[in-house]
Design a protein around this ligand. Structure first.
Ligand code: F6R
Length: 607
């Protein structure tokens, strides 16, 4: 949430900063800005709205300079206006910030009392003034930053530019990610390696509390006690080519279509086909000794966790507690030392999930992380790192990361069941077989794209939509509702099918489409009974099931979507596809901004 980049360069930086922002736009896109030092003065260009507006601004008024910083914003404090856009500047310094300065109010009052004037409503501007004040009093950039950092509470990644030091930038991180990139006679700062990919692959990840002085010659890193430290330089391996949509109209469509491939890619690292076994990376704790699992995540990743709860409990008979990360810490959960805490995240940077992970670590839990970005903070803090191999997910609505998470979680559940003595080799072979079949079944699901597109107009005019499912299809109903609301702005609710009669049934009329997720199986009859309660009240149903289910209950539905008949374990992987496609086509029919829906950001690095 908010992306930052900085360059101390040999050549002009404005175009390269803008290019970096394009690669960071997934983190926030309600305003953007750049600043550089030129001829002894700080210059800024900022614009409200998408990056294209800043690009126009830079054409109208080019920004000279070989050292600069840039920012793309997801607003937390202050509306997304030009005056609240970063960089925030005084005459002496300019800075960009990702995170929240929680104690900004007292700091602001203190600064106002000393006669400082504020131009924005942001929390960030206090940092610019605090650093500037010290610089104006004669402190060096290093001295000023060193004195200011301990005064800031909350989370930050900062990049700071100094008028009198045109060949230097200072970066700092606490709670928000920041990397240093090493080029040929140039040095960079960025929120992630992706932002810097066209500039360099040589990346150092700053640790919590680190701050860094970068010049053309390189970087000097200090830890939170201001002791000079070395952080390993690794090759990021991220492609420098601009991530593109292929022949799809939106990243979301491309990512939905990539699923069979990336799920197969992910499964390859967790299945040993020849031995008919699931396999996990080496771990230095005894998985068989795990007596309870605590799952923590946010949003779509949380729904993946809810599905996995069914698997851990069914296959391994290990009890699971599950929480959304923003609630976890604050309810003071009872965690027995030695328990397994499992965190699920696409980005690996979600502030609530990261804070929950650290809380669990302090409570002496073993930390397992299912994550898509292997260099992320969560990945680096894991005892057991379980990567998904979905590749960069750019569309704000999570799709391929979700199904890859499910693939990893299914393998983990099977592994746990085996080490607990609850899975025979034959049963394990069956699981390996069915998981290996998932990519083909997902391909089959994708072949219904045109039908789903054709039925999107039935849903697009609705004000409210209900999703119903039972058992592991209940979290899928929650995920369906989340997908629809976040990209089409239609109010949608996911409900456990049997719970509908305890309230939401009052909403049913012919204007509220109800999407029922009901593969054939032991729960089918019960879900269909609930579906009939909807139909009896004039409700319009879209039934997602297999041929058998549709033959048994499809009559009287407004529409049906036929999925291949698959093993219950891979139902969530396969049924995710129509659920995603439906949300996608409804959003396209409504003309919303599918990849960058309003008010959202890809990576939520504030609590
Ligand atoms: C919904 C969506 C969000 C994320 C949530 C967690 O489509 O993308 O709900 O799932 O913000 O993000 P990660 O997985 O990066 O921790």
């Amino acid at each position: 949430m908010c992306g930052i980049i900085g360059i101390v360069g040999k050549e002009e930086v404005a175009d390269r900063l803008l290019d970096g922002l394009r690669r960071l736009e997934y983190r926030g896109y309600d305003s953007a800005g750049v600043a550089s030092v030129h001829d002894g003065a700080i210059e800024r260009r900022r614009a409200e709205g998408k990056l294209a507006n800043l690009a126009k601004e830079l054409v109208a008024e080019p920004l000279p300079g070989t050292t600069g910083i840039a920012h793309t914003r997801w607003a937390t404090h202050g509306a997304p206006t030009t005056s609240n856009a970063h960089p925030h500047a005084t005459q002496e310094v300019a800075l960009v910030h990702n995170g929240i300065i929680e104690n900004f109010k007292p700091l602001r009052e203190e600064l106002i009392a000393r006669g400082r004037h504020f131009d924005s409503q942001t929390d960030t501007e206090v940092v610019a003034h605090l650093v500037s004040e010290l610089v104006e009093q004669g402190a060096s950039p290093q001295e000023a930053v060193q004195q200011v950092l301990p005064r800031l509470h909350g989370a930050f990644a900062l990049a700071i530019l100094f008028r009198r030091h045109p060949d230097l930038l200072i970066g700092a991180r606490l709670g928000s990610p920041l990397v240093v990139g090493y080029g040929e006679g140039e040095t960079y700062l960025g929120s992630d390696a992706l932002a810097l990919a066209p500039l360099t692959q040589r990346i150092a990840y700053l640790d919590e509390g680190d701050w860094v002085v970068i010049t053309r010659e390189g970087a000097q890193i200090f830890d939170r006690d201001n002791v000079p430290v070395e952080r390993p330089v690794t090759l990021s391996g991220v492609s420098g080519a601009m991530i593109d949509k292929g022949n799809h109209r939106h990243f979301m469509a491309k990512e939905i279509y990539e699923q069979p491939v990336v799920v197969a890619q992910t499964l390859r690292s967790y299945l040993r086909r020849m031995e008919n076994q699931v396999a996990l990376p080496d771990m230095d704790f005894d998985l068989a000794g795990v007596r309870r699992i605590t799952i923590v995540a946010c949003g779509t990743s949380y729904y993946a966790g809810l599905i996995a709860k069914y698997w851990f409990e069914t296959f391994a008979r290990v009890p699971v507690d599950i929480d959304v990360a923003s609630e976890f810490r604050y309810r003071d959960p009872v965690l027995e030392p030695g328990g397994l805490a499992l965190f699920i995240s696409q980005s690996g940077e979600t502030a609530d999930t990261l804070a929950a992970l650290r809380h669990a670590r302090a409570e002496r839990q073993i930390i397992a992380v299912v994550v898509n970005v292997p260099t992320s903070s969560m990945a680096r803090e894991a005892d057991l790192l379980l990567p998904t191999h979905a590749g960069p997910e750019i569309g704000v609505a999570s799709t391929k990361a979700f199904t890859c998470q499910l693939a990893v979680l299914a393998a983990l559940a099977a592994n746990l069941a085996r080490v607990k003595g609850r899975l025979s080799p034959e049963e394990e072979a069956e699981i390996v077989y069915h998981l290996s079949e998932a990519p083909a079944a997902m391909n089959d699901a994708l072949s219904h794209d045109e039908e789903i597109e054709a039925m999107a107009h039935l849903i697009a005019p609705a004000r409210d939509v209900l999703y119903l499912g039972r058992g592991q299809d209940y979290p899928m109903a929650l995920e369906g509702a989340l997908k629809l609301k976040e990209i089409s702005y239609i109010h949608a609710e996911g409900y456990a099918a049997g719970e509908m009669k305890h309230g939401p049934i009052a909403l049913i009329d012919d204007a509220v489409p109800v999407i029922v997720i009901a593969p054939s199986g032991p729960l089918f009859e019960k879900t269909v009974s609930n579906m009939q309660e909807v139909q009896a009240r004039g409700g319009k149903v879209v039934l997602i099931s297999d041929a058998e289910g549709i033959a048994a209950a499809g009559d009287g539905c407004m529409a049906t979507i036929e999925m291949p008949r698959v093993h219950p374990l891979i139902v969530p992987l396969v049924y995710a596809v129509p659920v995603q496609l439906l949300a996608y086509h409804v959003a396209v029919a409504k003309g919303t901004d599918v990849d960058q829906p309003r008010n959202l950001a890809k990576s939520v690095t504030v609590e």
